[in-house]
Ligand binder design. Structure first.
Ligand code: G6P
Length: 604
């Protein structure tokens, strides 16, 4: 949510700042801007909309200097126009910020004599620092004094007009990394922004602030003590995910799934022993409850895992959305295992829930795609999914890899707790090993689903139904459709529909029914008939056996390969992803960067 980058060096920085912004655009794309110090003067260029707008402006009206900061915005306070775009200037000070200053109204009142020009919370920061400089404090003290007045979440970069070789920065609640170069220093919201500049990164800790010059960096903690922080050396180079021949990142990422699931499996399943392979510190015999906390799509992965852990391991599982969990008074026991599920490893609410549990003495694990993320660093156990960079804002390959890893963890729990037989363990491991092949077969339905999506795209509203472990996939199918096509959609447990939502079914209302031929198939088909008899247009997503039983009841059918029911949620996911994608393409929306969304939500 908002991306920031800064460079202090000895050659011009604007081009590299804008390149870094492009790598951060997944964090928000309402507006962007760059500010540099040119011969001791603050100058900037800003534009509403995506970064290409900023690039176009820079072409005709270039700004450059050897010290600079830049920002791509996801608006929280103030509409996304050029005035509210960062960097903000007040007097001698320029600032870029990611996060929310919660007490900005109080500070604005305190500084009412100053000229506020934007509707943002951020502008108070540049005013505070400039005010402190005006009182005669040196830049270092002015910055650290200003930080003490702020409440909320932030990652900042600050430049000051007559201090051309310095960037001041700080983090609290929002991620920020420093990059160490040769005669240059950098700051950025994540490793992806800095990877093309340097491989040496320092992840600031909560409350840290720092001063960067071309040849040095100094880091201070919350109490202004000078501290040392470890340098992490990035491996794997600056690779930025490319779209290749695909029309969208989302399409590419969906097609990568046989490979990405395979990579996840190689971490968690021993193909020779046909058994789960999990870190030794994860001893499921120690726990009597699992708490899975996440947001958005990642939370639906957690919901599927609840079915798996209960069934395979007899373990009680609570699944909750992080923004609720963190403000409840959750009852925790020392025998609970907390699992944060997060593609980015940075989502503010999920991170807060992790910290809450850690503080309460609960063992914490983070299932993440970014192993350099804050969650991976702070959890007791970091569990990678290895899906590779996911650029499309709507999560696809990360979701199926989260499911795959969670299935393997449930299998490990079932085995170590002696709940499943040796034979069942081998059957389930085998089912997981075959998943990449089944996903590949499911992807072959692409053209059929594309054709189906043409009529579907004319719908105003749609329902997704499922039972058992298909319920969260119904939620995910509806979420994918909403996110990228802007068609209203809801997912429901099929048995729940008649308790209210069925009132919304009328002639032609599309209902997508997820029903592999499992022990709940007949129940789901009864629910299908309840809506069909009220005029619903049925799209049945099933497997070969299910199709042979229920073909006559569906208006359209997507027939997935037959697989073990244990892994069926992973396979049905492919169908709902393709349906949402092609519907959005028919409607001409911005599939990879849908309106109002951001990939990494680092504010609450
Ligand atoms: C945002 C993204 C979703 C994602 C959610 C959680 O809303 O648009 O795709 O599922 O955040 O993100 P995380 O990185 O924690 O998985």
């Amino acid at each position: 949510m908002c991306g920031i980058i800064g460079i202090v060096g000895s050659r011009d920085v604007t081009e590299r700042l804008v390149d870094g912004l492009k790598r951060l655009e997944y964090r928000g794309y309402d507006s962007s801007g760059v500010a540099v110090l040119d011969k001791g003067k603050l100058i900037r260029q800003r534009a509403e909309g995506k970064i290409k707008g900023l690039e176009a402006k820079l072409k005709t009206d270039h700004v450059d200097g050897q010290t600079g900061i830049a920002h791509t915005r996801w608006a929280t306070h103030g509409v996304p126009n050029e005035t509210n775009a960062h960097p903000h200037f007040s007097g001698r000070v320029g600032v870029v910020h990611n996060g929310i200053i919660e007490n900005f109204l109080d500070i604005r009142t305190e500084l009412k004599h100053r000229d506020f020009r934007t509707e943002t919370d951020t502008e108070v920061v540049s005013h505070l620092v400039d005010e402190a400089l005006g009182k005669g404090l040196d830049p270092k003290d002015a910055f650290s004094e200003s930080l003490k007045k702020l409440k909320g979440a932030y990652a900042f970069g600050v430049i000051i007009d007559d201090h051309p070789d310095h960037i001041y920065c700080a983090r609290s609640g929002s991620p920020l990394a420093l990059g160490v170069g040769d005669g240059e220093m950098y700051l950025g919201s994540d490793a992806m922004a800095l990877a093309q500049l340097t491989s040496k990164l320092i992840y600031l800790e909560e409350g840290d602030w720092a001063i960067l010059t071309p040849n040095s960096y100094e880091i201070y903690d919350l109490d202004d003590n000078k501290v040392e922080r470890e340098i992490t050396v990035l491996t794997g180079g600056p690779a930025m995910a490319e779209k290749g021949n695909y029309r969208h990142f989302m399409l590419k990422e969906m097609y990568e799934q046989p490979e990405t699931i395979g990579r996840t499996l190689s971490n968690y399943i021993d193909e020779y022993r046909l058994a789960a392979n999990v870190p030794a510190e994860l001893n499921f015999e120690e726990f009597d409850r699992i708490i899975i906390i996440a947001c958005g799509t990642a939370c639906y992965a957690g919901m599927v895992a609840k079915y798996w852990f209960e069934q395979a391991a007899g373990l009680a599982v609570d699944v909750d959305i992080a923004s609720e969990f963190r403000y409840r008074k959750p009852v925790l026991s020392p025998k609970s295992l907390f699992i944060a599920v997060s593609q980015s490893g940075e989502t503010a609410d999920t991170l807060a829930a992790l910290r809450y549990c850690k503080e309460a003495g609960v063992k914490t694990a983070a299932l993440v795609n970014v192993m350099t993320s804050t969650m991976a660093r702070e959890a007791d156990i970091a569990l990678p999914i290895n899906a590779g960079p996911e650029i499309g804002v709507a999560s696809t390959k990360a979701f199926t890899s989260q499911l795959t890893a969670l299935a393997a963890l449930a299998l490990a729990a079932g085995t170590s707790r002696g709940v499943i037989s040796n034979e069942a363990q081998k059957r389930m491991a085998n089912a997981l090993i075959k998943t990449p092949r089944h996903v590949k077969q499911a992807l072959r339905l692409d053209k059929q689903i594309e054709a189906m999506a043409f009529d579907f795209s004319k719908s105003k509203s749609a329902f997704y139904l499922g039972r058992g472990s298909q319920v969260p996939i119904a939620f995910e199918g509806a979420l994918k459709l909403k996110e990228i096509s802007y068609i209203h959609a809801e997912g429901y447990a099929a048995g729940e529909l008649k308790h209210g939502p069925i009132a919304l079914i009328e002639d032609g209302t599309p209902v997508i029914v997820l029903a592999p031929f499992d022990r709940l198939f007949e129940k789901t088909i009864s629910n299908l008939q309840e809506v069909a008899s009220r005029g619903a247009h049925i799209i049945l997503i099933t497997d070969e056996e299910g199709a042979s039983h229920a073909a006559s009841m569906a208006d359209n059918m997507i027939v997935l390969p037959t697989c073990d029911h244990f892994v069926a949620p992973i396979i049905t996911t492919i169908a709902v992803q393709l349906l949402a994608y092609h519907t959005a393409v028919h409607l001409g929306t911005d599939v990879d960067q849908p309106r109002n969304l951001a990939k990494s939500v680092t504010v609450e």
